[in-house]
Design a protein around this ligand. Structure first.
Ligand code: 7PJ
Length: 285
């Protein structure tokens, strides 16, 4: 099992302590002319706050991939994310990932200081893998069935774990053949992307099977609908279930947890490390 993940010559995951990827959504404020800058400033401030809370990576995204979300044109996505990536790269040391499926957005974000491409379509867009190969960026290859507009329309699998695993194995080999080595690749089964609640649970229950792909495993469950199925909680009350589910995923082999609530996730990992005797001397108090 590989616990190493590199991006632009930097080690992102180099030991067994799980890393926290903080989510920075750049959502437009369409109500005023200053909206574009207001939303960029809010996203920058949010990213800086997540770093203070202990985020190891910042994941900047300007295209909603939620089920049924509208497609964002490339110019609009660039306008949202590039100023945010630029400012965060200047003002923090945390590696920045760009959550996009568009090669032009990835290229410009890397030029602006991002070092990881987090692509829910696993570099399927023509031109994307060449950008990853040429820039030395790290990549996240996520499994998605269909596309965000249609993916939740009755997804069917014979064996969800085997099929998602086979897909990721194929994408890893495909990337390697095009100049992105395994050490730069993280894989992600894509919780909620073309999966029923039962599919999500099967994947979480069998995360150990993804470890044998030889790549770092990343998991994103934060505030997702599958947690509502378990707890009945609305979106704004899913922090505890998000942290617990992310920590359970780490206990089962995930090395990176993609979360909204960075502070609570950092605490959870600290407590887990203390319990298993991995205390660091950077603990407060
Ligand atoms: C994920 C993501 C995920 C990766 C989103 C949301 C939807 N990228 N981007 N994994 N989810 N790698 O946060 O609810 O699970 S957007």
């Amino acid at each position: 099992m590989s616990r190493r993940w590199e991006a632009k010559g930097r080690i992102i995951v180099g030991d067994d302590v799980p890393k926290v990827m903080g989510i920075v959504n750049v959502t437009p404020d369409s109500f005023s002319d200053g909206g574009q800058w207001a939303s960029a400033d809010a996203a920058i401030a949010h990213g800086l706050k997540l770093v203070e809370e202990g985020a190891d990576i910042l994941d900047v995204g300007g295209e909603s991939t939620r089920p049924g979300a509208a497609i964002v044109p490339v110019e609009e996505e660039l306008r949202r994310v590039i100023p945010v990536v630029e400012a965060l790269a200047r003002r923090t040391d945390a590696p920045i990932s760009i959550d996009t499926t568009k090669p032009e957005v990835a290229r410009r974000a890397i030029a602006a200081g991002a070092s990881i491409i987090n692509d829910v379509s696993a570099l399927r867009e023509p031109g994307m893998v060449e950008i990853a190969a040429a820039t030395g960026a790290g990549v996240v290859l996520m499994h998605m069935r269909g596309d965000p507009r249609t993916m939740q329309d009755n997804p069917v699998y014979n064996d969800v774990v085997a099929e998602v695993r086979a897909y990721l194995a194929e994408r890893v080999a495909w990337c390697e053949a095009r100049g992105v080595p395994r050490s730069r690749i993280a894989v992600d089964p894509g919780i909620g992307f073309g999966k029923t609640h039962e599919h999500n649970l099967s994947l979480l229950r069998n995360l150990d099977q993804f470890a044998t792909l030889g790549c770092v495993l990343l998991i994103g469950v934060s505030r997702k609908g599958t947690l509502k199925k378990i707890t009945g909680r609305s979106m704004d009350r899913r922090m505890p279930s998000s942290v617990v589910c992310s920590l359970a995923a780490c206990a089962m082999g995930a090395s990176v947890a993609r979360v909204h609530d960075v502070g609570p996730m950092v605490d959870a990992i600290k407590v887990w490390n203390a319990v298993r005797g991995w205390e660091r001397n950077d603990v407060q108090g």
